[in-house]
Design a protein. Structure first.
Length: 224
C-alpha cells in the first residue's frame, strides 16, 4: 500500500494533466484529479473533491495528501475534510501544484508515509539556505562523485527522485552546489549526460544519503 494523492485545481484539464505527468514518475501510486466544476466551468467542486477523497480512503489507503492550486481550492479541500470519516488521515500540502505533486508522487512511490509525502511536496517551496561564512563552514561528512549516464540527464524525473528520496533523510545534501532536496535547483543545474555530479552531505544520515544517490545515479534513474 502507498499514500494516495488528490489534486484539486480550478481547471479539469490542469488537474488531469498534472496527474498524467506524476503517474509517469510513480506508476504504483493512486493519484486522483478533482478539477473544475460539475458543469465544466473553471472553479472547484466540493462534490468532486469529496468523491476523490472517498475513493482514496476506500483503496486500503495509508493516508492521503491533497495538493491544490489557488486559494479557494484550499477552502474547498478543507470543507471536504469535514465529510471525511477520518480527517486525520488526510493532509493538505502547502506546495506548488505540479512540482509539489511530482515530488510527493516520487516520495509515495518510494514508500514514505503521509507526513513524509507532504514534507516532500513542501520541500520544493523552500528558498535555498543562505551561504555560510568561511569560518562557519563545516566540512561534509560524506561525499561522492557520480557520472550522469541516463540519456536525458537531470530532467524532471531524476530531480524528483533525488529530492523526494532525500526529503525523508536527516541530512543536508548538495549536488554540484544545489540543494539536493530542491527539485527546482537540481533541474536548474542543466546537467546533461556525462556530467559529473559532486555530492556533499552532512548530518546523521549523510552516508545513507550519498549511498542512495550512488545507487540512483549509477542505475541511470531506471532510464535508458
Amino acid at each position: 500500500m502507498t499514500v494516495k494523492l488528490v489534486v484539486v485545481s480550478h481547471s479539469e484539464k490542469i488537474a488531469d494533466g498534472a496527474v498524467e505527468l506524476a503517474v509517469q514518475m510513480a506508476p504504483d501510486v493512486l493519484i486522483l484529479p478533482a478539477g473544475g466544476t460539475d458543469d465544466g466551468r473553471i472553479g472547484t467542486s466540493l462534490e468532486r473533491v469529496m468523491a476523490a477523497l472517498e475513493q482514496a480512503s476506500d483503496a486500503n489507503s495509508d493516508g492521503t495528501v491533497v495538493l491544490t492550486d489557488l486559494g479557494s481550492a484550499v477552502m474547498t479541500a478543507e470543507s471536504a475534510l469535514e465529510f471525511v470519516a477520518d480527517p486525520s488521515s488526510v493532509l493538505l500540502a502547502d506546495a506548488p501544484l505540479v512540482e509539489g505533486l511530482v515530488a510527493a508522487a516520487v516520495a509515495a512511490q518510494a514508500g514514505a508515509d503521509a507526513a513524509g509525502v507532504k514534507e516532500a511536496a513542501e520541500a520544493v517551496y523552500r528558498p535555498p539556505a543562505a551561504p555560510q561564512h568561511a569560518h562557519e563552514h563545516r566540512p561534509p561528512e560524506a561525499t561522492g562523485d557520480f557520472e550522469l549516464i541516463n540519456q536525458a540527464g537531470m530532467h524532471a524525473r531524476p530531480a524528483a527522485k533525488i529530492s523526494g528520496g532525500l526529503s525523508g533523510m536527516d541530512a543536508e545534501v548538495t549536488v554540484n552546489g544545489a540543494d539536493g532536496a530542491s527539485m527546482t535547483e537540481l533541474m536548474m543545474l542543466g546537467a546533461g549526460k556525462g556530467t559529473m555530479l559532486h555530492v556533499e552531505a552532512s548530518g546523521p544520515d549523510a552516508v545513507k544519503a550519498v549511498d542512495y544517490l550512488r545507487g540512483l545515479i549509477g542505475a541511470g534513474f531506471g532510464e535508458p
